[in-house]
Design a protein around this ligand. Structure first.
Ligand code: F6R
Length: 259
């Protein structure tokens, strides 16, 4: 794992966007793993402003709410359409999210896993982190081997996501269909982005704490190709900063990204 701290959120977001664009540029048929949430909105703004073509890419989102109508504007399908898919040249048929509106969620989950497999697997998976440590919607106690499935959302997550539901956590769906931690760990590369002081403690737990199903994001420590990009605020509880900064300042792979 590498942990890169940038001076502010804008620079952290910009670094993540540059990394992703470099991956698309190197492999135009890349399979992208996408995330939603407020942090990612800024990444999508950067990506859509680029000249890079997504025409031959395909994408798989981490998660989708369960229990909303297919036309509900608060679905992550709509979020992705509004902020990203409708603004780039990707073929909509190649964009995938778990079907949280399906009558049979177990089948929808199994179908999603099969689709990821048949695409050859996810090349690079973008991740945010919830304040209780979820990646995707893998709430505490999610097995590190878990696969795509329906998961009950914690009160903390429903509070965190209330903004899109009129500010009332009671209006936030109680369940989501999410890739499992095991599904996420099978992506060839992980890039986790966190910004802001509210994420400082959980970033430190995920990066430096024990690997535990109580903090799903701690499972990224098992991944052989994982980058964590944070701003100063989100980095503020990390113990190993000096070494992480030394790696960023000295390792050749980061030479193009230091400005
Ligand atoms: C959503 C997802 C979540 C978010 C996380 C952070 O697809 O994967 O894990 O990334 O809840 O959300 P924000 O950025 O809104 O704090």
């Amino acid at each position: 794992m590498e942990v890169i701290t940038r001076p502010n959120a804008g620079q952290a977001v910009s670094l993540v966007a540059r990394l992703l664009l470099s991956r698309v540029f190197a492999n135009p048929e890349i399979v992208l793993g996408m995330a939603t949430g407020r942090t990612m909105e800024h990444v999508y703004s950067h990506l859509v402003a680029s000249e890079v073509s997504f025409k031959r890419c395909s994408s798989f989102n981490l998660d989708e709410y369960v229990g909303l109508e297919p036309s509900d504007p608060r679905l992550y399908r709509q979020y992705m359409h509004d902020r990203f898919f409708s603004k780039i040249d990707i073929d909509p048929a190649n964009t995938h999210l778990p079907d949280g509106c399906a009558a049979d969620l177990q089948k929808a989950a199994a179908d999603y896993e099969a689709l990821i497999d048949s695409s050859g697997g996810i090349d690079v998976q973008l991740l945010g982190i919830g304040i209780a440590g979820h990646i995707g919607f893998n709430e505490p106690l999610s097995s590190i081997m878990s696969r795509t499935r329906a998961k009950a959302l914690t009160p903390a997550t429903r509070l965190q996501n209330a903004e899109m539901f009129g500010g009332d956590p009671d209006n936030v769906p109680t369940r989501a269909l999410t890739m499992g931690v095991g599904t996420i760990l099978e992506a060839k590369e992980l890039i986790l982005l966190a910004t802001g002081s509210a994420k400082a403690d959980i970033v430190a737990k995920a990066v430096e704490g024990p690997i535990t199903s109580m903090v799903s994001a701690s499972a990224i420590q098992l991944h052989p190709n994982c980058k964590v990009i944070v701003d100063e605020d989100a980095a503020s509880a990390l113990q190993g900063r000096d070494y992480y900064d030394f790696v960023f300042a000295n390792e050749p792979e980061w030479a193009d990204y230091r400005d």
